[in-house]
Design a protein around this ligand. Structure first.
Ligand code: GLN
Length: 536
């Protein structure tokens, strides 16, 4: 199939943000990959942060970490989950990163006295990234999502670069797509207003991009006359207008697009033939049909401090959902703010309707003591519980204090001067991305991970259980280390802790949510849901 130039689909958002552009992009990618094509996705983020490392999760959502250790926008998590494939740092580029590199190069004399400008220097970097990712991934289709909304000051260099790219790469090789809402003035009259959509199309055109495909975000299905109106007023072929209505789950969006034959339009645009024998999409439909037959529900308390913005835990939510599907149950998340867990009675009250608990990652002191007390309660009551990164570190502190009787035990992240730094700073770097973890045979972790002695999971942390005397003390207790990794010569950091007597009480230093996939949920999530479902 790989005898043609990679085809590029650019996706812009109009009118306002939070249209679920990432899900639409992922869904198109999913369908094309089910048709046998190799698909890559590239996200341009117009903000000036170099990457999301320092952005507050409560404001910007999760920082997704790729296998090669890039800290990226959470949309990359969706791309990976829908495409069921690993992406790299090549798949995300921010304005901050572009300017950072350009300014460094300028200071080093790299521009040989020339004036450095948005056009051509910034636009060249943008276009080069597109060519680089196509070359590296050797893909059939590259879908490019441009973050932000058309008309934002910040997106101008990206729109300009893509408009140049259309010319240079060839219009026949680029399909520009706009996602815009179809606005209804009231939910009762059902009267739709197409003017904002029309304006978004005009705005994109004024930047030099001609949208040849339109995805209309709506709450419901709408009448065909609406398409006709937009087609007539905006010079877009009626056949190129598709609906992106709200669906029962985000994993039903590919089916909605498929039913409207979005893929046939795309293939046709590029003069590709639709080959029925190659189309595996019905596998996905079967999988989702099966999901919709699930009747049971299991409630898991997610105890954290960024719970006001659920996107802060985007990959954890999806990983729980996938593990639920495997165990034939829908996972309902009860969002429990650590601020509420101030004493035993509030802990009991908050957790009374939950069958399991998850304590995900996080940074900083706020809420930690409440979470530690909560972990004591769930451990003592054999409630299925799993900790991720910070969650595991808190499990260790709790156990050191209440069982090993080191009342001062703490992490130097919360108390620099603690006498018992059971969790300590490893070095000043943030440890990121895939790392090899060695699994102890005959542990629960070994069984969970299908008897592999070496596994790879993704990381994002600075602190860990690292001092040999502490590791040994735990090894002789009921809460034992069952995976480690070497991080500086002989030095070890504990990667996994498990309770020998409790049915389901464990945590990992790594983030298993990042590689958890719909048809292959992370083993830890699977275990948690398995035990939680049994507990009524
Ligand atoms: N703050 C902790 C650390 O840096 C945990 C990080 C996390 O949960 N991702 O080690």
């Amino acid at each position: 199939m790989k005898n043609k130039k990679a085809k590029v689909i650019t996706v812009f958002g109009g009118v306002y943000s939070s249209l679920g552009k990432g899900i639409s992009v992922s869904s198109i990618g999913k369908i094309l990959s089910c048709l046998g094509y190799k698909v890559s996705i590239l996200k341009f983020d117009p903000y000036l942060n170099v990457d999301p490392e320092t952005m507050a999760p409560g404001q910007h959502g999760e920082v997704f970490v790729t296998a090669d250790g890039a800290q990226t926008d959470l949309d990359l998590g969706n791309y990976e989950r829908y495409l069921n494939r690993e992406l790299s740092q090549m798949s995300n580029l921010t304005s901050g990163r572009i300017y950072y590199n350009i300014i460094k190069k300028e200071r080093d004399g790299g521009y040989e006295g020339k004036t450095v400008q948005v056009v051509p220097h910034v636009t060249n970097v943008i276009k080069q990234r597109i060519l680089d990712i196509i070359a590296k991934d050797n893909c059939d289709f590259l879908i490019i999502e441009v973050g932000g909304t058309t008309g934002d000051i910040e997106s101008v260099p990206f729109i300009e670069a893509l408009s140049q790219f259309n010319v240079e790469y060839g219009y026949e090789n680029v399909l520009n797509c706009l996602i815009a809402p179809l606005i209804s003035l009231s939910s009762t009259s059902g009267e739709y207003k197409t003017k904002p959509t029309q304006h978004a199309i005009k705005m994109l055109r004024s930047g030099g991009i001609n949208p040849c495909m339109l995805l209309l975000r709506t709450s419901f299905n709408v009448e065909k006359s609406i398409y006709e109106k937009i087609a007539a007023t905006s010079h877009i072929n009626e056949k190129a207008i598709f609906l992106a209505p709200d669906m029962p789950t985000i994993y039903d969006v590919p089916t909605k697009f498929y039913e409207q034959k979005v893929h046939e339009f795309i293939l046709d645009y590029f003069n590709y033939n639709y080959i029925k024998g190659q189309d595996q999409f019905n596998e996905w439909q079967k999988f989702m049909d099966n999901v919709h037959k699930i009747k049971s529900t299991t409630t898991i308390a997610l105890v954290g401090k960024y719970i006001d913005l659920h996107d802060s835990y985007a990959s954890v939510i999806e990983a729980l959902r996938f593990a639920g599907w495997k165990n034939r149950t829908h996972v309902k998340i009860k969002w429990v703010s650590s601020d509420l867990l101030t004493d035993l009675s509030s802990i009991k009250k908050q957790l009374s309707d939950c069958q399991g608990v998850i304590v995900p990652g996080g940074f900083g002191l706020r809420g930690m003591e409440n979470m530690i007390n909560t972990l004591k309660y769930v451990r003592e009551n054999n409630i299925p519980t799993m900790g991720i990164c910070l969650g595991m570190q808190l499990m260790i502190i709790e156990y050191a204090r209440n069982v090993l009787k080191h009342h001062e035990a703490n992490s130097t992240e919360f108390d620099k001067k603690t006498n018992y730094p059971v969790i300590d700073l490893m070095d000043s770097t943030l440890h990121l991305g895939n790392k090899k973890c060695n699994v102890k045979k005959d542990s629960k972790a070994y069984l969970m991970y299908k008897k592999q002695t070496e596994i790879y999971e993704r990381h994002r942390h600075r602190f860990g259980l690292i001092h040999p005397e502490h590791i040994n003390e735990f090894a002789n207790s009921d809460f034992v280390p069952s995976m480690t990794r070497a991080y500086k010569g002989e030095d070890l950091v504990v990667e996994f802790m498990e309770h020998k007597k409790n049915d389901c009480y464990f945590g990992s230093q790594f983030h298993p949510e990042f590689i958890s996939r719909s048809e292959n949920p992370g083993p830890m999530f699977d275990q948690l849901i398995f035990y939680a479902k049994k507990r009524k």
